[in-house]
Design a protein around this ligand. Structure first.
Ligand code: DON
Length: 218
């Protein structure tokens, strides 16, 4: 915004011409590797926009709203995906369950891959699929991020797939096996760095499902 300010001319205030960079109100993930191959994988969340809407006085940051990740009540497991395990009952001193999975992979003690994503309960599957795409299927970082994603979390008993991940024929075959297949737009926003072991360079994969995603090298 500062770069748009001109000292020699007043700017025009216009209600119809207002640009603001697109920014997701949701969970954020960063993957970082420095020149010495130190790595950071960081997923942080307010849950949704403004979290609990409480700013820490004097510190200036918002508190998150993760209480919804505790069980709503003892034994409350339902078909919509609430899992009522005793371990996740809200009690003082406890930390609620979380799917957040910031991940660093090493090979023979050396850094190989950094990955992570937002996406609530889908996080674990998205992270796993980026790992499988690189480690088992030999994809580079960007191909691993671009590849279609799937998600099943036991309850609800649904198999979610991203648009164009499967042919209609494959979906029919899965349905024949008894799967309830549900198409969805995008799953997660994975940010991936892979060490290319041929030349030891770093590959960055940005999630093109979201416009506020980026990969950069310095
Ligand atoms: O801790 C968890 O697993 C969730 N509360 C994370 C929330 C999240 O990813 C929401 N955004 N997409």
């Amino acid at each position: 915004m500062r770069s748009t300010i001109r000292l020699d001319q007043a700017s025009v205030s216009s209600a119809t011409d207002f640009e603001w960079p697109v920014e997701s109100p949701q969970t954020t993930h960063f993957s970082v590797v420095d020149k010495d191959r130190n790595a950071v994988s960081l997923t942080y969340t307010l849950e949704y926009g403004y979290g609990s809407a409480i700013v820490v006085p004097g510190a200036g940051f918002l508190l998150n709203n993760e209480m919804g990740d505790f069980n709503a009540g003892p034994g409350l497991t339902n078909a919509n995906g609430l899992i009522g395990t005793p371990a996740n009952l809200a009690e003082p001193g406890k930390r609620m369950l979380s799917s957040m999975s910031p991940t660093i992979v090493t090979r023979d003690g050396e850094l190989f891959m950094v990955t992570g994503t937002p996406g609530g309960r889908t996080i674990i599957n998205t992270v796993l699929q980026t790992l499988l795409n690189v480690i088992d299927h030999g994809m580079n970082a960007q191909a691993a991020v671009d590849a279609g994603r799937i998600h099943h979390q036991w309850l609800p008993d649904r198999f979610y797939f991203e648009k164009q991940t499967f042919s209609p024929d494959s979906i029919r075959l899965l349905e024949k096996l008894g799967h309830i297949a549900v198409e969805r737009e995008g799953q997660g926003s994975a940010q991936v760095i892979v060490v290319n072991t041929d030349n030891m360079s770093l590959e960055g994969g940005q999630d093109r499902r979201h416009t506020d995603s980026t990969a950069a090298g310095y």
